[in-house]
Write a protein that binds this ligand. Structure first.
Ligand SMILES: C[S@@+](CC[C@H](N)C(=O)[O-])C[C@H]1O[C@@H](n2cnc3c(N)ncnc32)[C@H](O)[C@@H]1O
Length: 475
């Protein structure tokens, strides 16, 4: 055999393929165990249950009873059951299969193995070759939301699955970061489904007016409470006004373009700059500090699910930051409180100490080093942090100035990216004072005429500047 010297490696590779190619076994077996009532039978027994006790507690055909052992062996290996004193007990993950466990994930498990959701996985190749928006569309001839609107049974299973997940998340949120809701008088849960999250938040904050905004077929028949209301709406069109907007598991369903649209609508809906308005996002951040194999696999697996359902995606912090910036937000803060997911609080104010777009300052430092040869000091960088969003903008402007001799582009970059932000003006001018930028630009044959210099003091002047814009010309 030619590959004899690699035989050990080859055997391991064979094993890996054989193991991975049947991954769906786990979800199918898990669903079967729940349907047979295995977790309940173990739990009701009150102590580890022997195989024969288990078999006699289950509604299985006697001719199949001997195979229960194999199912238990497989799912024990998968981490749901554990053998103790000759009997099976539930692991922590196994307890999440129990009907009465408040945090059970049964509806989510059933939904994920729903034939409607399994079919698009088999359409993935076809989708890569055709021009359908998402594999779901290839499998079902319409998009996920249209399908849910027309198939009430599917929609119910989906809404239950989402509520299932929310029960747990909201509990963690109230334990670990309840302070996020402090001081709010109103909250809109956009795409809030049947209201599991909003109801729980409302219970914890009786003076907070909560509104769930979702598609008409989702909120139809939902009953509000004293401080929970349901309204039909389309987040791509408009978001109801409130102190804060909650987006749980929403943005990963949409393309970057649609996310920016949704975030802009959220920005319109919350109080203006420095007035405490915020958008609270619960979603994943890829390539974050989470490094263990299982979590990373869960994250990239969710990303594939988003591709399959909506041709959407999970995002890295850099990708999130770009969305926020493109939607006009200046600051964001990540609270890694939900394991593979986290809470991101997004605002548009420029208070000192708000470390926002922290990478922006470093990127700007790098851009300045490249453009001018000046190596910004640690103190410079720290000084820029509060307005690092502006630094990111400056980076874009720098790149435009460096790579382009096109006056219109330069002007557009300066105008669009820097000047609409008051703080950016300060940063820009601070940088201009700090560095011999004019000189550098002149050396490159670009003369920059900016009106920044004369109008930094009053709000009125800033408006004036916004109205007329700066000018940049190439000479
Ligand atoms: C992934 S689910 C998340 C549900 C809920 N936030 C949760 O985490 O339990 C997405 C939600 O967005 C809603 N949705 C989809 N398109 C929408 C639109 N254009 N406007 C408002 N809601 C929409 C869906 O009906 C669904 O309830």
């Amino acid at each position: 055999m030619e590959r004899a010297e690699n035989l050990t490696e080859l055997l391991a590779a064979q094993n890996h393929v054989r193991n991975q190619m049947l991954n769906f076994r786990k979800s199918a077996s898990l669903k079967c165990a729940i349907e047979l009532g295995i977790p309940e039978a173990i739990n009701q027994h009150g102590k580890p249950i022997t195989l024969s006790e288990l078999v006699s507690a289950l509604p299985v055909n006697p001719s199949k009873a001997s195979h229960i052992y194999r199912l238990m062996r497989f799912l024990s290996k998968a981490g749901f059951f554990v053998l103790q004193d000759q009997g099976y007990a539930l692991t922590a993950a196994g307890r999440l299969l129990l009907k009465d466990d408040p945090f059970n994930l049964r509806a989510l498990i059933f939904f994920m193995s729903d034939p409607v959701l399994v079919k698009p996985w088999n359409s993935l190749t076809e989708w890569f070759r055709n021009d359908d928006p998402a594999p779901f569309d290839t499998a079902h001839g319409k998009n996920f939301w249209a399908y849910a609107a027309e198939e009430p049974n599917f929609a119910n299973r989906f809404n239950q699955a989402m509520a299932n997940d929310s029960t747990f998340i909201v509990q963690v949120m109230m334990t670990r970061c309840k302070f996020v809701f402090d001081g709010l008088t109103s909250l809109v849960d956009v795409g809030g489904g049947t209201g599991a999250v909003a109801r729980a938040i409302a219970q914890n904050f009786p003076n907070l007016e909560c509104v769930v905004c979702d598609l008409p077929h989702v909120i139809a028949g939902q009953e509000g409470t004293e401080n929970v209301d349901f309204v039909a709406g389309d987040m791509l069109e408009k978001v109801p006004t409130a102190d804060a907007i909650l987006l749980k598991g929403i943005l990963h369903d949409w393309s970057d373009e649609d996310c920016v649209k949704i975030l802009k609508n959220c920005k319109e809906a919350i109080p203006g700059r420095n007035k405490g308005g915020r958008v609270i996002i619960i979603d994943m951040i890829l390539e974050s500090q989470i490094k263990d194999d299982e979590s990373v696999e869960t994250q990239v697996g969710m990303d594939m699910l988003m591709l399959m359902c909506h041709a959407a995606k999970e995002r890295t912090e850099k990708e999130w930051a770009k969305l926020f910036r493109d939607a006009g937000f200046s600051d964001y803060k990540i609270l890694p409180v939900f394991g593979v997911r986290c809470l991101i609080e997004v605002k548009y104010c420029y208070e000192n100490g708000e470390i926002a777009f922290k990478d922006g300052a470093l990127i700007a430092a790098d851009a300045i080093l490249h453009a001018t040869g000046y190596q910004p000091t640690h103190d410079d960088v720290m000084g820029w942090l509060p307005s690092a969003a502006a630094c990111l903008s400056i980076k874009s402007a720098w790149e435009g100035l460096r790579s382009s001799r096109n006056a219109t582009l330069v002007k557009r970059l300066l105008w669009c990216n820097i000047l609409p932000l008051k703080v950016s003006l300060f940063t820009w001018c601070a940088l201009r004072n700090l560095l011999p930028l004019d000189l550098t630009l002149r050396k490159r044959g670009i003369s920059l005429v900016s009106r920044c210099d004369c109008c930094l003091q009053e709000e009125e002047s800033v408006s004036n500047l916004l109205l007329h814009g700066p000018s940049a010309t190439i000479v």
